[in-house]
Structure formats: C-alpha cells, structure tokens
Design a protein around this ligand. Structure first.
Ligand code: NOJ
Length: 739
C-alpha cells in the first residue's frame, strides 16, 4: 500500500514539472475516467460476481442463467468465479470485450494450496514456521493460476481458530494471531508479488472478515459472539496484517459480528477497514452472504439485504444476485446513494487496471505458457520441499526414526497410504489427481519391497482384515501405518463433533506394535486430532496433514532421514473433546488451575493439559535454548530493547529449530494471557553449533489493544520467555517504568 501511495505522490510531483499528458495515468486515475462514461446499469454490472454452473462451491443459487455469455456481453457481470477451462475463460473474456465499454472480467477461483500442482494444506504449511517457504509456495500457486487464465484467488484465509471442530482450520494458519499475521503477510506477498500485472502474480483475497473462525462450538456458519477487546487482540491482527501487506481484496464472513452480519457490518467495513486502516482495495461478499442476511434475521427481504450490504461497503456480490435484482431501483429511489456505487465500482476498476487487463485482456490466456508451467519439475520440487518442511515429529522413542538404510521390506498399512485423493487434501484447486505421489508409490519407486494391507475400513475406521496387516508386519523389516481422517472430512461445511480417531485404527496400531517390529505411525488430517491410544503405545509418530502432489516423496524424505523434520504445531492438539476450545494464550483467571485444589479453573474428569502444545515438534537431533538475556532490563516508556537467546544443537545431526519468544504482561488495566508469541526464528545448526539470536522487544511485543481499540504499552513488569515450544520456556523479567 505504502509503495502505491509513494508511487502516486511521485507521479503528482512529476506532473507539476512536466506536461501532465505525458504521464501514464495510475490505475485509479484510469478508473475515474472510465467511471465517468458508465451508466448506472453498467456500474452495477461490475458489482455482480457470478459462478459457472458446472462448478459450485456453495449452495445452488436461486436461478441459473441460460446464457452467461449473453449476460457478460450486456455488461451485467464484473467477475466470474469457478470458470477453469482456459477456452471458456477466453470465450467469456471475448464476450466482455463486446460489451458497450469493453470492460474485461476478473476470473476468480479458490486456489487455497496450489492450482494444479498441490502443496500441503495451509495449516500444514503453517507448521513449517518457514515464512520464506510459505511465500514461495504461494508464488508457485500464483504462477500456475495466472498461466491458467485466472486472476484472483480467494486466499489467504487468515481466520484465527481455537476450536479444531471447525473444518476450515485446514485453510488457515492456526490459533495464534501473531504467527497468523506473519503467515498472512507471506502469503499475500507470494500471491501478489510487487506487480499485479506480472505474469506470475494474481490478486489475493483476505478472508473472511471478520472472526469467522470463532463460530460457536466450531460449527460452520454459526454465530460469533465476542467482546471487542478479545477481537482486537486475538482475531483482528491477521486481517490488519494482510491489509498492510497490500492485499488487493477482502471477503466478508458468513457470521454476524456484534449481532450484525459481516456483509452488512459498517463497523467492520467502514470504520475499521476503510477509515482506521485506510484500505484502498475492494470487498467481495462470500457466496450468497448478501441474501443470507434475510435468514440471519437482519434484513426483511433481499432488497433490504442489497441495501444493507451496499451501504456498509460490500463492493461486489458473490452469487446471491440481490444487487443484480434490486440495486438499480434502490439507487433510483434514493435508498442507496449513487456515491456508494461509484466508490465500489472505482475500487473494482482500479483492480482491473492494476492487473493489466485493459492493456491486454488475454494476457493470462496463454495455453503454451500453461503447458510449460503446470506440473513442471521446478514446481513439483518446490511442492516437495514445502511438504517435507510441514511434517511434525510428535514422538520418537528409542530413535525408531529415521528408519535405517539397510531396511529392505516394509509393511505398509492403512488405505490412506495409497490414496491419491486424500493426499491431495481438501480445497485443492484444479489439482491433478493422477499426478499425486502416494506413499505406496514413493516406497515402491525407491525399490523397497512393500507388503500393503488395508487394516481398516476407510469409511468407518473399523478394523478390516487385521490378520493380513499383522502377517505383513511379521514378514517385513519395519511397519509404516497411516491413520487419521479422510481429506474430505475437513474444509468448508466439515465441522466435526468427534475428533478422536476411531477405536479400530487405534487398536490396529497397538496390534502392530505388539509384533515387536519398529512401527512408524503417520497421522493424517486437516486439523488437530485426538489419538491417546496411539500416543501411549506407538514409538514413533509423525503428523503429516495432507501434503499434496509430492506427499509420498516428502514423507520418504523424512522417514529415511534425508530431511530432518522441523515442523511445529500451529494449533494446540487437545487430549479430550471436552477441552475444546483450547489454546495456549488463555488467561490466568482468578482461580488458576491447580490439580491439588478444588474450586480452580479445571475439569473434575479430564486434565487441562493438551496432548501436544502449540509450537511443539521434535527433530532427529536435540536442541537447548537459553533463557532470554535482555540488553536493557528496565525501559522508559517508548524505549525498546532486544532479547538475546542462544540455541545449541546438542545432538549428532544437523537440524533446524524454531526458537520462540513469548511475552506476558503481568498486570494490566485489562487481564492479559499467560503468554503470547511475540517472535520466532527458524535456524539450521550443525551438530554442536550454537547461535545467539536477537529478538526485538518493542511496543509490538509489549503492547495490547484496549477495549476501544487503542494499542498501548502499560508500565509494569513483563515476563520475557524463550524456548522451543509454548510449554518449554525459560524466563526473565523486563520492567517498563512510569516515565
Ligand atoms: C464460500 C467460502 O466460504 C469462501 O471461502 C469461498 O471463497 C467461496 N465459497 C467461493 O468458493
């Protein structure tokens, strides 16, 4: 954003010095000029986004159009979504160019973790704690997407979520607002680069504004009820980070916020986004979310819904056609001021100019480029690199992993090991299923003798033909067993009331361990799952999420030690369903949990501790992390310092560690969490090597939002903590004085 402002300031300065006509106009100036020529119908046309009928990513809209192309030619659509066939894209674009003003369409699609080459699901990528890799992955996704004729992805989803029942956790970066903000910035930069008109960039869309991840009981589309203070501190930061990173568009959330559906919520869209953050991009509704303000009980009918959304500042309507049907009359009757329409259309046209669509509307329709780019060796190598970085080693007793080089035969158990559809993961763009390398295929390609057995029914998780699995184990050097949920069990509309793995899967693992063979358990899933039985009996556990096109190869890289696992959990893994929602940055409460006492903040039948905490993940080597040392332990208001943390590889292999810095404000005018992530660094260390890392301690680390949204640092004592997991920290004290 800053760059754009600077650019336009320079342009105006230059304009004063030399003839204005010699200067190229900015996208915004070009949009203004075009706007002057448009009729009201044409303006409203730009605000409609319509889905191709062949691919629906939401409930069927109220009516299908007999000819979408005809509608486009009449200038009645500004954008289409879910058109993926390059020939169809070209044909629709040609229709748009035949409209009176020849305004090109924007084509949008959910490119969540890859277009045709599929990377790990976003929650898996987040486990890498590797921002450069995450940015690279988004750039590759953009490269393939742009080469396929599409200009706009509905990603990143930056919704914070502390409840793994919500199926969409797979699309985000997990529970932490600070880390979520860093991932949001990396993904926006990866998709958009520095120039939206470049051949390998596309527009990103920050979604879902706001607090969609806080659906009550993790039930998708459910209401959200939270205080403003909670929102400012724990849910808002990633949206703000995306806006500051220059994300081209925002998408509304389905839920209500303060009782007002987000699509018609002026606090969110006007006050926060446009006034406080000065956000210049455009806002699209979610699928049908304008019309859904009626069943929400907020708008009396679809006409009122259109008025509420347009008034609040929702610029483009996805699918419900309330603008299409009612906006013209609403403006003509004076119910919605035409200025609102002009503002919305100006923002949409500015994006089209920035994409370069007016200069060359077919610039993204290049089938030769598409053939050269899609599933290229380079992109596959990048997907494999991202995938191995996403794996989290949860347990490794007796150093079962990595499996030794002299192993020849492997019992491979579980249908998930051999399922291309599952390894692809949910929301997988136009991922090419046939190109997915399963674990079975990767092991076979490496020359192992693979004894495959299903062991359980993929649909129910009940044991099936256990005998074959046990026989395979007995006749092999090692066992790899995959358990978990199906890829289709996570994603939109995939909330689950039960996260415990089926008893059949857990009992099967126990029987395999009882054979006495080395057993490696791979847990696959799109969210934190509960598997206490396996935690107890299995010597080695890897959490692999859904790793995408190169899943099998990446798993082999980790299993055989060619890559030393470095992932960390971006969400707390509960030990019991009753603990949900669960997150590490909880408050202390007036009666902090104490298992020795009654009447404290705990359960009587289950423990408070999670199975695995946020930030946890092992390596094939070991690390020690020192307590933080402060360059200055006492700060005057406004002063900053640095925390120095020494990390040492105390094992025998090279490996990467994610060093984490947490802060606690001990007493404040509003209660603060027991700890909050405020810095992290991932470093590679040779055996025996030490490095001292510097973490800034500034107002960003020490401050918080008051209930009315002011960011403050209050004087007093702070705990500054460092370690390699949120539950393994050493601390020191910092004081901020009154003056
Ligand atoms: C509904 C989802 O909530 C949103 O994230 C997605 O981008 C749209 N459908 C379009 O598919």
């Amino acid at each position: 954003m800053k760059a754009i402002h600077l650019f336009s300031t320079c342009l105006s300065l230059l304009a004063g010095m030399i003839s204005v006509s010699a200067q190229p106009l900015t996208p915004r100036q070009r949009a203004d000029r075009l706007l002057e020529k448009m009729t009201l119908e044409e303006k409203i046309g730009q605000m409609n986004q319509i889905s191709d009928k062949s691919k629906l990513t939401g409930p069927v809209t109220e009516r299908g159009f007999s000819s979408l192309a005809e509608l486009v030619e009449k200038g009645m659509a500004g954008s289409l979504l879910n058109v993926t066939d390059p020939k169809a894209i070209r044909a629709y674009q040609e229709a748009a160019l035949r409209s009176r003003l020849g305004i090109p369409l924007i084509f949008g699609l959910d490119v969540i973790h890859g277009m045709r080459t599929i990377a790990p699901i976003p929650l898996g990528e987040a486990a890498s704690f590797d921002l450069e890799a995450i940015e690279r992955s988004a750039r590759w996704a953009a490269t393939e997407t742009a080469a396929s004729g599409i200009h706009w992805t509905f990603a990143p989803m930056v919704d914070v979520c502390v409840d793994a029942r919500w199926g969409r956790v797979m699309e985000g970066a997990g529970e932490d607002p600070y880390y979520g903000s860093a991932v949001a910035r990396a993904r926006v930069k990866g998709f958009q680069g520095d120039d939206l008109s470049a051949a390998n960039t596309i527009m990103a869309c920050c979604k879902h504004f706001a607090a969609y991840g806080a659906a009550v009981s993790g039930k998708d589309y459910n209401s959200v009820d939270m205080s403003r203070g909670h929102f400012y501190n724990y849910y808002m930061p990633p949206y703000k980070a995306a806006a500051e990173a220059g994300v081209a568009t925002f998408m509304n959330a389905f839920n209500d916020f303060d009782g007002v559906p987000c699509t018609g919520n002026a606090f969110l869209l006007q006050e926060l986004l446009r006034e406080r953050w000065q956000y210049p991009g455009f806002v699209v509704s979610d699928w049908n979310s304008v019309g859904e303000m009626v069943p929400h009980g907020y708008a009396a009918d679809r006409r009122e819904a259109a008025a509420a959304a347009a008034d609040a500042g929702c610029d483009m309507e996805m699918c419900s056609l309330c603008y299409f049907d009612h906006l013209k009359e609403l403006v003509e009757s004076g119910r919605v001021p035409e200025k609102k329409i002009d503002d919305a259309v100006r923002r949409i046209l500015t994006a089209k100019f920035a994409l370069g669509l007016f200069d060359d509307p077919m610039r993204y329709c290049d089938t030769l480029r598409m053939r050269r780019t899609v599933l290229s060796d380079e992109i596959r190598a990048a997907a494999r690199d991202m995938a191995k970085r996403s794996v989290v080693l949860l347990k490794n007793d007796r150093r079962v992993l990595p499996l030794p080089a002299d192993i020849r035969s492997i019992a491979l158990v579980g249908p998930l090991c051999d399922s291309q559809t599952d390894m692809k993961g949910g929301w997988a763009g136009e991922g090419v299923v046939d190109s997915i390398v399963t674990l079975r295929r990767a092991l076979t390609d490496r020359g192992y003798t693979v004894h495959f057995a299903e062991g359980y029914d993929p649909a129910t998780g009940r044991e099936r033909d256990t005998g074959a699995a046990i026989r395979a184990a007995r006749s092999s050097d090692a066992v790899i067993v995959a358990v978990g949920e199906r890829a289709s069990d996570s994603g939109e509309a995939k909330s689950r009331g039960e996260l415990n793995l089926p008893a059949g899967q857990q009992e099967l693992v126990k029987k395999l361990v009882d054979t006495g063979k080395p057993v490696v358990v791979l847990v696959m899933g799109g969210r934190p799952l509960i598997f206490n039985g396996i935690r107890e009996c299995a010597p080695a556990i890897l959490f692999t999420w859904w790793l995408g096109t190169e899943a099998g190869n990446a798993m082999c890289d980790v299993i055989f030690g060619e890559y030393n696992p470095s992932g960390k959990l971006p969400m707390t893994f509960p030990a019991h369903m009753g603990q949900l929602p669960i997150y590490y940055y909880h408050k202390s409460t007036g009666r902090p949990a104490d298992p020795a006492k009654s009447h404290t903040t705990r359960f009587i039948d289950i423990e408070n501790d999670p199975a695995y905490p946020f930030g946890y993940g092992l390596s094939y080597t070991t690390f020690s992390v020192s307590a933080p040392r402060l360059e200055k332990a006492v700060l005057a208001p406004g002063e900053e310092t640095r925390a120095l943390v020494t990390v040492t590889n105390t094992g025998e292999r090279a490996g990467e560690e994610v060093v984490q810095l947490y802060v606690r404000d001990r007493f404040a005018s509003v209660t603060r969490p027991v700890k909050e992530l405020r810095g992290f660094r991932k470093v590679m260390l040779a055996p025996g090597e030490s490095r001292t890392l510097e973490f800034p301690v500034t107002k960003e680390q020490l401050g918080f939002y008051t209930n009315d949204g002011k960011f403050v640092v209050e004087p007093g004592d702070f705990d500054i903590m460092a370690g390699n997991s949120s539950d393994n920290l050493l601390r020191t004290t910092l004081t901020v004085t009154q003056q």
